[in-house]
Design a protein around this ligand. Structure first.
Ligand code: PA5
Length: 479
């Protein structure tokens, strides 16, 4: 366990889902739900629960069991410890599910300015997640990290993702040129499929260290595998505590009864709001800078899992809710106007914390200015909490459904709980929409056009297709 983090108490994981403000008693009959609307879904949940538990038992939903991989965790922590001693920077090369969980938890649990702190204060390597091929971003990252003091973690389950593999090729070449080919295995570690793929073969041939993405765990469900755990452990996150929180969530999110299971209720409420009240947009709004990237992680999970054209039996359903990120209080001054008065097509999900890791007292000043003086003596923690409660109240008064996920405090355990709960909510939502939440067929066509344009063998027809359809019509371009 990282010295900086005390062991959490069991209450630490007790996350509350308060959905009073989506009910008719709060937002009115036209906008809200009745308990009956949720009860109506009970038969689907009974079936879904049975099927999920059977699939889990048969080993087909391994994400459920990730919090209990204690033997693997010991090995992973030893690897992380060894890396920590040797390097100053840990750079994740990965995208989508291979990056977002790491980003979210790193931001949630390490000091907000971790990478800017001097080593003595931060005690752990700096962590960077390169999840784009923006040439400017990549060039500036590479100019910042000295390869001699850096470990690059290539995270790709498939080993064919163009973005990640192009980054790897750039880094490989840089290390080979600056430090020599024999140094590569001291500065590169792969996280990939345990058996197949280019990275696995390369690791065997060239002696790179590897970590496994367990078979059957898709990218966006992989934060509790070495995909997330290795970089997070290197950067000083208490991953054992995070898994303990996820294990507590496993207990409550595998309860059969809909009204006792927070993940099932989260899914049910959002589904009913979408189907019955036209809430096509889910705004995830954490009231903490540290949780801002949890909203990004959730956006991928909800969008890529549930946004599907076809049902499991091939009907066109165009399922899903569009996730939108907002951060409280910052976005009160940018988006909340729309949420209060714009189209009635959203549900706002607040993430609130009952306590913050630090607080700042507002001094008693400007006694003659009564519009300022009232702030003196309060803390910023009080202010942010008051603003969250006030925004929820205002939305409710305007007939805008909203709910709150309340963490007792932002700790490794509560964050582990939150992420696990949202993963279960996503998977069970697949049954409600009757779609497969674990695939992502909609991203394939764009990938194929890219392969065609970049000259990948076997994809020439996509280049031809692209060029045929892409002749720009002058009339529709301006500037
Ligand atoms: O959630 C997913 O499955 C995707 O976002 C993948 O994680 C992403 O496409 C990266 O894939 P890979 O890990 O194979 O490089």
């Amino acid at each position: 366990m990282a010295k900086s983090e005390k062991k959490a108490s069991p209450q630490d994981t007790m996350i509350e889902l308060d959905f009073n403000n989506v009910m008719t008693h709060a937002v009115g009959g036209e906008n809200g739900l009745k308990a009956d609307d949720i009860d109506e879904l009970k038969p689907i949940f009974t079936e879904a629960h049975k099927d999920l538990m059977n699939r889990r038992k048969d080993g087909n939903l391994p994400f459920y069991d990730l919090p209990f991989q204690t033997k693997d965790l010991r090995r992973l922590r030893r690897t992380a410890e060894d890396i920590r001693k040797r390097v100053e920077n840990f750079v994740v090369l990965g995208i989508g599910g291979s990056a977002l969980g790491t980003r979210a938890v790193f931001r949630a649990l390490r000091p907000l300015f971790h990478n800017m702190l001097p080593r003595a204060k931060r005690r752990f390597p700096r962590l960077f997640v390169a999840d784009n091929v923006d040439p400017e971003g990549m060039a500036s990252l590479l100019s910042l990290v000295d390869p001699r003091h850096t470990m690059f973690n290539v995270v790709s389950k498939s080993g064919t993702t163009a973005e990640t593999m192009s980054q790897f090729m750039v880094v490989y070449d840089q290390i080979r040129r600056s430090l020599g080919k024999s140094s590569l295995k001291d500065h590169v570690i792969f996280t990939t499929d345990p058996e197949k793929g280019i990275l696995r073969t390369m690791a065997e041939e060239m002696g790179f260290q590897t970590c496994d993405v367990p078979a059957g765990v898709g990218g966006r469900f992989s934060v509790f595998t070495p995909v997330g755990l290795l970089p997070l452990a290197v950067a000083g996150v208490n991953v054992a505590e995070m898994l303990r929180g996820a294990a507590a969530a496993e207990e409550s999110c595998t309860r059969a009864a809909l009204w006792n299971n927070p993940a099932y209720l989260f899914a049910a409420v959002n589904y009913a709001l979408r189907q019955k009240r036209g809430r096509n947009i889910l705004v995830m709004m954490p009231y903490a800078d540290s949780l801002s990237e949890v909203a990004d992680w959730f956006a991928q999970l909800w969008a890529e899992s549930l946004g599907k054209r076809l049902s499991t039996d091939g009907r066109v359903v165009m399922a899903g809710q569009t996730p939108v990120k907002a951060v409280g209080v910052t976005d009160q001054h940018s988006q909340v106007q729309l949420y209060m008065e714009g189209p009635q097509d959203k549900v706002v999900v607040f993430i609130a914390s009952s306590a913050y890791r630090a607080d700042v007292k507002i001094p008693h000043l400007f006694k003659d200015q009564k519009d300022l003086a009232y702030l003196g003596g309060h803390t910023m923690g009080e202010l942010i909490q008051a603003e969250q409660a006030a925004t929820a109240k205002a939305l409710t008064a305007a007939g805008r459904p909203n709910m709150t996920l309340r963490l007792p405090k932002i700790t490794p355990a509560s964050v582990g709980y939150l992420l696990y709960m949202l993963e279960v909510a996503t998977v069970v939502s697949g049954y409600l929409y009757d779609i497969d939440p674990l695939d992502q067929p909609g991203v394939e066509l764009g990938k194929r056009f890219t392969y065609g344009l970049m000259g990948r063998p076997g994809f020439a027809s996509f280049k031809a297709d692209f060029q045929k359809g892409a002749a720009p019509k002058k009339k529709f371009i301006v500037g």
